[in-house]
Write a protein that binds this ligand. Structure first.
Ligand code: NAP
Ligand code: GLV
Length: 322
C-alpha cells in the first residue's frame, strides 16, 4: 500500500477541520479531542479559510478543500474515495488523501457476504418464498464443489471476505488489477483474467473501488459469462452495475438472485423496478459502516505519525483512482 510522510515534524498542535455529510459532528469531535488532546478541532463551515493542518471529511464540498495547500493530509471517513476524487482539480495535488484502511469494516463485510452466500447456498431465499406461500417442500441441497464464490477485488475488504468464507469450504476465486497470491483462493488478474474468473464463479461478489476502469463492470455481457443460475452480491458501488441489465438477466434466469447494498441512486427511488423483484434483496448501503471508535483511533494514530514526520498507510493513488 502507498505511504505518505514527506512533511517534516510540525512542532505545533495540529489544527483539524471536520466535515461529514450525514454525521452528527459532536461525538466525533469529542472522541478526536480525547485521542488528540493537543489538537484544535473545528467543524468546517462555508467561508472558513483560516489555517489548518488536517481535514477529516466525508463527501466534502469543493469549497472546503480548494486551494488548501496548507493541509498535510485529508482523511476520508470511508474506504471508497470515488466521491472525494470527483472534486478533481479542487483537491490540492500536493496534499495526500488517506482512506480508511479496514477500521472495523473488514469483519462487517465478511459477515454480510458470508450471510448472503450461505443464504443462497442453503436455499433459504427459496424457503422464505415457500413460507410466504404456505408451502412445505423439500429442495435438494446444492453441491459445494459446484458453488464457487468469485470475489471481484482482493484488497483490504475483498481479502477479508475471502478469509471469512474460507472455513465453509467453498471453492474461492478472486480478481484484482495486479497479480496476487492468496492462500486458498484461485487468483485471476487484469482484463485477460476476467473471463476465466467469470466462468468459474457461481456467486460473484463485487468489492471493487469505483474507477474509470470498473464503472459498469457488472453488465449484460460480463454477467452473461457466469454459469446459468448464478448469484450476484454487490457491496461496492451502485455504478459498478448496469441495473437494467441485471433486471433482464434475473427475469431470464441467467442470474438466479442478487443481493445489493449499493445503487446508482441512493436512497433507491420508490418507483425502481428492483423493489418489485422478489429475487433481488435490497439493503440500504450498510454492508460495512464507518465505526467512530475504530476510525478515530486509526486517524488519530496517523496524525501522530505525520506530526512526527513518519509515513502512513492508506494513501490514495489518484492516478489509479483508489
Ligand atoms: P482496496 O483495498 O483499495 O482494494 C481494491 C481492490 O480492487 C484491489 O484488489 C485492486 O487490485 C482491485 N481493483 C481495482 N481496480 C481494478 C481493476 N481495474 N481491475 C481489477 N481489480 C481492480 O479497497 P477496499 O478497502 O477493499 O474497498 C473496496 C471498495 O469497497 C471501496 O472502494 C468502496 O467503494 C467499497 N465499500 C463499500 C462499503 C459498503 O458499505 N457497501 C463499505 C466500504 C467500502 P490490486 O490489488 O491489484 O490493486
Ligand atoms: C462506504 O461505502 C465506504 O466507502 O466506506
Amino acid at each position: 500500500m502507498s505511504t505518505a510522510g514527506k512533511h517534516e515534524n510540525a512542532a505545533s498542535a495540529p489544527r483539524i477541520l471536520f466535515y461529514a455529510v450525514g454525521a452528527n459532528p459532536a461525538p466525533w469531535l469529542a472522541d478526536l479531542q480525547a485521542a488528540l488532546p493537543d489538537a484544535s478541532l473545528r467543524v468546517w463551515e462555508e467561508g472558513d479559510d483560516a489555517p489548518a493542518d488536517y481535514a477529516i471529511v466525508w463527501k466534502p464540498p469543493a469549497a472546503m478543500l480548494a486551494g488548501r495547500t496548507d493541509l498535510k493530509a485529508v482523511f476520508n471517513m470511508g474506504a471508497g474515495v470515488d466521491a472525494i476524487l470527483q472534486l478533481g482539480d479542487a483537491l490540492p495535488s500536493s496534499v495526500p488523501i488517506v482512506r480508511l484502511d479496514d477500521a472495523g469494516m473488514g469483519v462487517q463485510m465478511a459477515e454480510y457476504v458470508t450471510h448472503a452466500v450461505l443464504r443462497y447456498f442453503r436455499r433459504f431465499d427459496q424457503f422464505e418464498a415457500q413460507q410466504r406461500n404456505g408451502q412445505w417442500r423439500f429442495l435438494k441441497a446444492f453441491e459445494k464443489d459446484k458453488f464457487a464464490v468469485g470475489i471481484l477485488g482482493l484488497g483490504v475488504l475483498g481479502s477479508r471476505i475471502a478469509s471469512g468464507l474460507a472455513p465453509f469450504g467453498f471453492p474461492l476465486h478472486g480478481w484484482s488489477r495486479t497479480v496476487k497470491q492468496l492462500d486458498g483462493v484461485t487468483c485471476h488478474s487484469g482484463a485477460a483474467g476476467l473471463d476465466a474468473f467469470l466462468a468459474a464463479s457461481q456467486v460473484v461478489v463485487c468489492i471493487l473501488p469505483l474507477t474509470d476502469e470498473t464503472v459498469g463492470i457488472l453488465n449484460r455481457e460480463t454477467l452473461g459469462k457466469l454459469p446459468r443460475g448464478s448469484y450476484l452480491i454487490n457491496v461496492a458501488r451502485g455504478a459498478h452495475l448496469v441495473e437494467a441489465d441485471l433486471l433482464a438477466l434475473v427475469q431470464s434466469g441467467q442470474i438466479a438472485a442478487a443481493t445489493l447494498d449499493v445503487f446508482q441512486q441512493e436512497p433507491l427511488p420508490p418507483e425502481h423496478g428492483f423493489w418489485q423483484e422478489p429475487r433481488i434483496t435490497i439493503t440500504p448501503h450498510i454492508a460495512a459502516v464507518t465505526l467512530r471508535g475504530d476510525s478515530v483511533r486509526q486517524i488519530a494514530a496517523k496524525i501522530k505519525r505525520l506530526q512526527q514526520g513518519l509515513t502512513v498507510e492508506g494513501v490514495v493513488d489518484r492516478a489509479r483512482g483508489y
